[in-house]
Design a protein around this ligand. Structure first.
Ligand code: NDP
Ligand code: 8X3
Length: 403
């Protein structure tokens, strides 16, 4: 009976790989930090077939102690699956937390080479195999991939270099580079943001943990004269999307952006005027609020959908529910102005609306609600706010509200 050791077997790929191999007659050593999950796995698959080793893979002493404590039937390791790993954050490098970078390097790189170094003698003795879990992030750069992608590039190159050094030993070395795969990966990456994780995978039919277990099984069970060097796996729904070009800001672009903000800001209070008439002349305030909701949804929806275009002046938003939340906000917004216009006058209301619009979008952008993931251009933002304040001071009728 053959034995494999899988790091990071408490979830995702690792757990699925253990299940796949044990179900097909292998013994497994399952490692990870969450002992209760390892216990559940061993209970389910049988303690005679699964040995658990609970340790933080970044702790070299704990790793050594756990490997020393492997019971006799499990000591002849034929396959090492270096799977434990994680990504933390998607912020641009200049906004990243150094501690998170270090954690990724310690886990995805340092721990991986440490356990590999430790197990090489037994793998050579048994003419075994190593399957490292890399990532497409190590091959194709993307914004926010910074250190995570770099650690996976290391895994790729380390795997290829290992092959060279293990030449003639019969030990096979492969690296699997999965793309979008639904596991706890994004939950970990976003610090536990379930909504962000669900949104990423929704409708994409991503790779499953069982798919990667299947690929690992295939690699491990090929005839001994074959070695898969690299296996890049993506869901059909994912493909590559080119390079990006930053162009120096053009004056007309900035003015266009400002014009758009002013136009959208002005549209809602104008609708407030219409609503005020609708409410009294036609169907009352409920119908007015409904019309506000519809128009607000369309306006905000158009705004957010426009962000999918390469036009860089609008913030990047990819979260469809915001269209509807935007609709509700639009309705409240219009309702406020329906009440406000008769009191302060249309010019002042429009200026206030525009100001509110700019401040709100800056705040949303700043706190990452629109997932812009880029710092606010405070120079331009302050300029816009100052101009609008100026317009408000000059144009607003600081006079008695219309009778
Ligand atoms: P999961 O978050 O579901 O699983 C990660 C596993 O790694 C867990 O078992 C976790 O165990 C373990 N792990 C993380 N840190 C440590 C640590 N310090 N000590 C011990 N174990 C640790 O993610 P996936 O299954 O998706 O990820 C598995 C591998 O696949 C990772 O290397 C990831 O980079 C890679 N990958 C994932 C892709 C994806 O889209 N999902 C795509 C490409 C590659 P515990 O927390 O219990 O310690
Ligand atoms: C995980 C794949 O594209 O999310 O390694 O970085 S990706």
């Amino acid at each position: 009976m053959k034995t494999l050791l899988v790091t990071g077997a408490t979830a995702g790929f690792g757990a699925a790989i253990v299940e796949r191999f044990v179900a097909n007659g292998w013994r497994a050593i399952a490692t990870g930090r969450r002992g209760e999950r390892l216990d559940a796995l061993a209970e389910r698959l049988g303690r005679d077939r699964v040995h658990t080793a609970c340790f933080d893979i970044r702790d070299a002493d704990a790793m050594a102690a756990a490997l020393d404590a492997i019971p006799e039937p499990f000591r002849g390791i034929d396959l090492l699956v270096n799977n434990a790993g994680l990504a933390l954050g998607t912020a641009p490098a200049q906004a990243c937390d150094l501690a998170q970078w270090r954690q990724m390097i310690d886990t995805n790189v340092t721990a991986l080479v440490t356990i590999t170094h430790r197990l090489l003698p037994v793998l050579i003795e048994r003419r075994g195999a190593i399957v490292n879990i890399g990532s497409i992030a190590g091959v194709y750069p993307y914004a926010g991939g910074n250190v995570y992608g770099a650690t996976k590039a290391f895994v790729d190159q380390f795997s290829l270099n290992l092959r060279s050094d293990l030449h003639g030993t019969g030990v096979r070395v492969s690296v699997i580079e999965p793309g979008l795969a639904e596991t706890e990966f994004t939950l970990v990456r976003t610090g536990g943001d379930r909504a962000a994780s669900d949104t990423l995978y929704a409708g994409a039919r991503p790779i499953t943990a069982a798919d990667i277990a299947e690929s690992t099984w295939w690699i491990a069970n090929l005839p001994p004269h074959l070695n898969i060097n690299r296996l890049e796996v993506m869901p059909v729904s994912q493909s590559l999307a080119g390079l990006q070009i930053h162009r120096a800001p053009q004056a007309w672009n900035a003015w266009l952006a400002m014009l758009a903000i002013v136009a959208i800001g002005a549209m809602l209070p104008l609708q407030g005027l219409v609503n005020a008439r609708l409410a009294t002349a036609l169907h009352g305030p409920v119908m007015a609020a409904f019309v506000s909701f519809l128009v607000g949804s369309v306006v905000l929806g158009t705004w957010l959908l426009a962000t999918r275009t390469p036009w860089s002046a609008v913030p990047d938003a990819r979260f469809p529910p915001w269209i509807w939340i935007g609709g509700v906000l639009g309705a409240v917004y219009v309702a406020v102005f329906t009440l406000l216009i008769p009191r302060v006058g249309a010019a002042a209301a429009i200026c206030l609306a525009v100001l509110g619009q700019v401040v709100a979008s800056l705040l949303l952008d700043h706190f990452g609600v629109l997932q812009a993931q880029r710092p606010v251009d405070w120079m331009r933002a302050t300029g816009v706010v100052l101009v609008l304040l100026g317009v408000l001071l000059v144009a607003a009728p600081w006079r008695a509200p219309p009778a």
